[in-house]
Design a protein around this ligand. Structure first.
Ligand code: NDP
Length: 246
């Protein structure tokens, strides 16, 4: 029987590539869309016309009760989740001087609380079944910090603290927990940066001289989801074109 993979924020730039890759490998792929998303049905229909067979459920990952209701519905209609990719995330960039509580809280709850909210719904089942993969999509900016991102860098660094602690707790039960820290990937989130800033400030920081491709991150997710990756846990894997090495 094929395994069920739940990718939060699967309709975004990275998430879509992850969904496509996992579907190609035979996973039953389920994704979420946020309650305000008006185009989810069009996305789902267009993907399924291409034969992917995705399912999509509403979920505000920042809200524990919403996450619970979403995963309960998935368990009923598709089956228990074997692979969870905590990918949904937002940025609200501003210098610390301008950072207000609203933008701090929004980024912490969507990027970090969401990791708890979603993982909490699936982890016990993975332990009971003796197999599971939890993959947290963090960021290079959680590893090195970034100007204007005290909220985002804190949330993304926090995700990896969560990864390491949970990885210890579940290591003997067939469940692995890992973090992926992408550098700049050519998705809408990054293409929204003005092109002169991309060309003059961002690309020059990347030794490979280009943005990453969503498919490159998806390939790493596929590996971490696989049986072959059973000995890999608690890691923070950088995929950033050489931008940050540690
Ligand atoms: P996108 O903005 O394209 O996608 C983000 C996704 O998150 C959307 O599908 C969105 O869903 C979902 N989302 C946002 N808020 C919520 C919420 N409250 N509840 C449920 N879903 C929500 O971003 P990317 O694909 O570029 O980024 C994906 C992940 O990768 C993020 O965590 C990001 O921080 C991280 N990342 C991205 C990098 C890049 O270069 N692009 C670099 C490093 C890390 P909806 O559309 O339904 O609102």
């Amino acid at each position: 029987m094929s395994r069920v993979a739940l990718v939060t924020g699967g309709m975004g730039g990275l998430g879509e590539a992850i969904c496509i890759k996992l579907a190609a490998l035979g996973y039953k792929v389920v994704t979420t869309y946020s309650p305000g998303n008006k185009t989810w049905k069009e996305w789902l229909d267009s993907m399924n016309k291409m034969g992917f067979g995705f399912r999509a459920y509403p979920c505000d990952v920042a809200n524990f009760d919403s996450a619970k209701a979403c995963v309960e519905q998935i368990a009923k209609e598709v089956g228990p989740v074997d692979v969870l990719v905590n990918n949904a995330g937002i940025t609200r960039d501003m210098t610390f001087k301008k950072m207000d509580k609203v933008n701090w809280d929004a980024v912490m709850s969507t990027n970090l609380d969401s990791t708890f909210n979603m993982t909490k719904q699936v982890c016990d089942g993975m332990l009971d079944r003796g197999w599971g993969r939890i993959i947290n999509i963090s960021s290079v900016n959680g590893q090195k910090g970034a100007f204007g991102q005290t909220n985002y860098s804190a949330a993304k660094a926090g995700m990896h603290g969560f990864t390491k602690a949970l990885a210890l707790e579940v290591a003997r039960k067939g469940v692995t927990v890992n973090t992926i820290s992408p550098g700049y990937i050519g998705t809408k989130m990054v293409m929204a940066i003005p092109s002169d800033v991309l060309d003059s400030k961002i690309i020059p920081q990347i030794p490979m001289g280009r943005l990453g491709k969503p498919e490159e991150v998806a390939g790493l997710v596929a590996y971490l989801s696989s049986d072959e990756a059973a000995f890999l846990t608690g890691a923070n894997i950088a995929i950033n074109g050489g931008q940050h090495m540690h």
